[in-house]
Write a protein that binds this ligand. Structure first.
Ligand SMILES: [Zn+2]
Length: 65
């Protein structure tokens, strides 16, 4: 299943979603805004993953206990 990166247009939060066929663009998990933008990531670099993890830890620290 493809994993897509999204950026929230309202708060700038970056998040990933595994999208099923026919699923609509997800709302922002941080602020609930529906204006999210798909980011095309041709390949994952370590730097990009580290950056995303850092963002995720800031917003969802409970996931990293
Ligand atoms: Zn947001």
């Amino acid at each position: 299943m493809p994993i897509y990166e999204y950026a929230c247009a309202a708060c700038g939060h970056l998040f990933e979603r595994i999208m099923k066929v026919g699923e609509k663009e997800p709302a922002c998990p941080a602020c609930g805004a529906k204006e999210t933008k798909k980011i095309v990531v041709p390949f994952r670099t370590n730097a990009w993953s580290t950056f995303l993890d850092g963002m995720e830890k800031r917003v969802s620290p409970h996931k990293f206990k």
